[in-house]
Every structure is written in C-alpha cells, then in structure tokens.
Design a binder for this molecule. Structure first.
Ligand SMILES: NC(=O)C1=CN([C@@H]2O[C@H](COP(=O)(O)OP(=O)(O)OC[C@H]3O[C@@H](n4cnc5c(N)ncnc54)[C@H](OP(=O)(O)O)[C@@H]3O)[C@@H](O)[C@H]2O)C=CC1
Ligand SMILES: O=CCCC(=O)O
Length: 361
C-alpha cells in the first residue's frame, strides 16, 4: 500500500467509492497483478527508490481517443491529475466529468483536476507524467520541443510515454529525460478505445525498472496486464510487431469478406464461421459485422495503423528481416489514406480493396 499512498495519499487511507455511474468495477489501487508475465514483478517489492518523494500528482499529455479515457480512469480512481492537450477544447468533457466526480465538498477533498497550459508546466507540477500522443513527431515535440515536458522534468520525477513510436524516438526521449536527472519508461499499449475505457489495456514497458515499479499501481488502474521488457526500445519494438501482425490480419480479413460476397456467399455468415474456427480473433468478431455494413466507427484510426506498419517495416529493415505481407498491407493502408479514410477506423481499409476491384473490373 505504500506505493499507492505515494500517488494518491488522500484516497489510499480513506478511500470510499464515489457516486459515479460508470465507476470502474474492478478494485481500485490494488497492488495485485491481474495477469502475471514471466518478466513482470510484484509492485509491492522492496526498495523502490523515489517512492517517498512522490506526492502523488499525475500529469497526462494528449487527450485523444486513448488518452481521454485513460486520464479519466486515473481521475475516477482518485488520483490528482493535471492534463494538457494541444487542442484545449478536448479537455472540456474531462473537466465536466471531473467536476461531477467532485460535486460535493466531501468528494472534492478526494479528487482534484486541473488543466495546465504547457507540457512543461504539467511535468513541473507532477511527479509522474504520462504522454499519449499520435506519432513519433508529436511525441518528440511534446517531450523535447519548446515548453516541452523535458523542461519541467528533474530528479525524482518520471516520464511514462504510452504512445506508439519507433525505437529511435523512444531512445531519443529517454536521453532527454535522463539528461534532466529524471526517470523514463516507455509503455505503449495493446488494446483500443473500449479496453482503455474499461481499464483493460496491456502495457508493454521498458526502461527504468524503478519507475516501472513505482507506477505499477497506476498501470493496474489503466490495464489488465503489464510486461516489463528490459531496455528502452524493447517496448516500442514489441508494440510495432504486434501491430504489424494486426494490420496484415485486417487486410487479409477484408479480402476474405469481399471475395465471399463476390462468389455469392453471405459475408455475415463468413464472419460467423471465422469466429468459430482456429483463426477466430476478437478483432474479427468485433469489427466484422460493421465492416459487412460498410460502417467503420473509429476506435483505432486508420492513419495510426498505417503509421505503425510504416514503423514496423523500418524496424524489420534495420535487422534485414523480410516482411513482404506487411509491406503489401502497408500499401493498402496508404491507398485507403489517399481516399480520405485516415480518420476512419482501420477496418475501413476494406474500402481500398473495393475501389481497387472497380479499377480492375
Ligand atoms: N486508438 C487506438 O485504438 C490505439 C492507439 N494507440 C496509439 O496511441 C497513440 C494515440 O492514439 P489515439 O488516442 O487513438 O490518437 P488520436 O489521434 O485520437 O489522438 C492523438 C493525440 O495526439 C495529439 N497530437 C497530435 N499531433 C500533435 C502535435 N503535433 N503536437 C501535440 N499534440 C499532438 C492530439 O492532439 P489534438 O487533440 O490537438 O489533435 C491528440 O491528443 C498513437 O500513437 C496510437 O498509435 C495505441 C493503442 C490503441
Ligand atoms: O495500436 C492499436 C492497437 C489496437 C488494439 O490492440 O486493439
């Protein structure tokens, strides 16, 4: 419990559930692991440095599809959260929800919420700062740019980058954070919008072990499992490999749906058949029914899937690993982007194949 006290001192000793309808059902601030990995360790282990120096304030930079529900879950768990987003209006829903959580004076004593004007200000006022940004460029800019988080970092502070970026980007940010005497953890996530809302993400972490152990109670609020993978870059690499597989799977699934239709089969039945066999995947069952109806409600933007394929191909090239399937899938996502589908869900890649079929008819 010592680590929880470090982050959320007011609630860890006096915690009572708040009257909020969508309050997470799982126990809050539990130190126990929900899923163990061979590389994970118990967060309650002894000797975690800096624990006594953390007052418990958490920063969150980037309130997009993923960042907003993650920050909200920290607020709901009773953490003091300070947020920043490039487009300030995206903070408003969180402010409203934060205000609801703190509706009574008793509640206000348990939960605080602030907006901050720059990443630097957030980092300067927080013990640990999370970043959930679109791509390598924005991750570097928010961390290392003018008024970036690095400027607010110092000894005793930690930076946890949960964005999906490439190895070089993560290492660069790590170097800048380290130069300020602070700790760095990369922690990209598997799991999309709904798992983020439900606190069911999977963290792929690497970097400073002591920071990993210190923030584990927070990762456990946000996720269902966490892996510690060693040196900086391993988390980014693992995430890119996973998303490379995912991008190819979705492209292949799209081909199957369209082929089934062309030969007179009902694609909805195909989705059902796939769901019962050895190739079943939650992704197919989740996205298939809406893909059949040409609907693509955005959970994971197509532009980010293409970014991840691009970065995975770079990773493969760096070690001379052949990845022809992923390369073909990447081309398809690029076509989909050229059709204006960047902000649709990545399952909209099927539209690129529809257009290609018309081209060749
Ligand atoms: N959606 C998903 O299912 C998943 C996404 N991811 C990864 O998480 C990260 C975030 O994804 P998601 O939330 O979906 O993406 P969104 O596009 O919804 O959000 C991106 C965030 O990055 C900010 N941003 C973009 N460019 C800049 C910039 N130049 N300077 C400052 N801030 C910037 C945006 O700010 P603004 O609001 O001002 O545009 C926004 O806060 C990505 O790396 C993605 O690959 C990982 C797992 C799942
Ligand atoms: O990066 C996005 C991952 C989406 C998912 O894991 O469902």
């Amino acid at each position: 419990m010592a680590l929880c006290s470090a982050f959320c001192p007011r609630i860890s000793t006096n915690f009572r559930p708040k009257p909020f309808s969508s309050f997470p059902s799982k126990p809050l601030l539990s130190l126990s692991f929900k899923v163990f990995s061979s590389q994970a360790t118990d967060a309650s282990s002894q000797g975690v440095p800096f624990a006594d120096k953390f007052s418990g304030r958490v920063g969150f930079l980037g309130l997009g599809i993923m960042g907003s529900p993650m920050a909200l879950n920290l607020i709901k768990a009773g953490c003091d959260v300070i947020v920043w987003n490039r487009t300030k209006s995206k903070c408003d829903p969180l402010i409203s929800l934060g205000a609801n959580l703190c509706a009574s004076s008793a509640e206000a004593a348990l939960c605080c919420y602030w907006y901050s004007s720059s990443p630097e200000e957030v980092a300067a006022n927080c013990d640990v700062t999370f970043a959930m940004l679109a791509d390598p460029e924005s991750a570097i800019d928010v961390a290392c740019g003018k008024n970036g988080a690095v400027s607010g970092m110092g000894p005793g502070k930690g930076y946890v980058d949960v964005s999906t970026v490439d190895v070089a980007t993560s290492k660069l940010i790590n170097e800048h954070i380290k130069a300020r005497g602070a700790l760095f953890l990369e922690a990209p996530v598997s799991g999309s919008k709904k798992p983020a809302e439900d606190g069911q993400l999977i963290f792929l972490t690497a970097g400073d072990r002591s920071l990993y152990e210190l923030v584990s109670p927070l990762l456990d609020i946000l996720g269902k499992s966490r892996f510690y993978l060693g040196e900086v870059g391993n988390g980014a690499a693992m995430k890119l490999v996973v998303n490379m597989i995912m991008g190819s799977m979705m492209a292949s699934f799209s081909e199957g749906i369209l082929l089934s239709k062309k030969v007179g089969l009902d694609p909805s039945v195909l989705v059902e058949v796939v769901s019962q066999g050895a190739i079943s995947a939650p992704m197919y069952s989740l996205k298939g029914p809406s893909m059949v109806k040409s609907q693509y409600p955005t959970a994971f933007p197509l532009k980010h899937q293409q970014k991840d394929l691009r970065l995975a191909l770079g990773l493969a090239e760096s070690v001379s690993q052949s990845t022809p399937i992923a390369a073909a899938a990447n081309e398809l996502y690029k076509v989909a982007k050229s059709y204006g589908l960047s902000d649709e869900d990545f399952s909209a890649v099927i539209e690129a194949l529809k257009a290609k079929s018309q081209d060749t008819a």
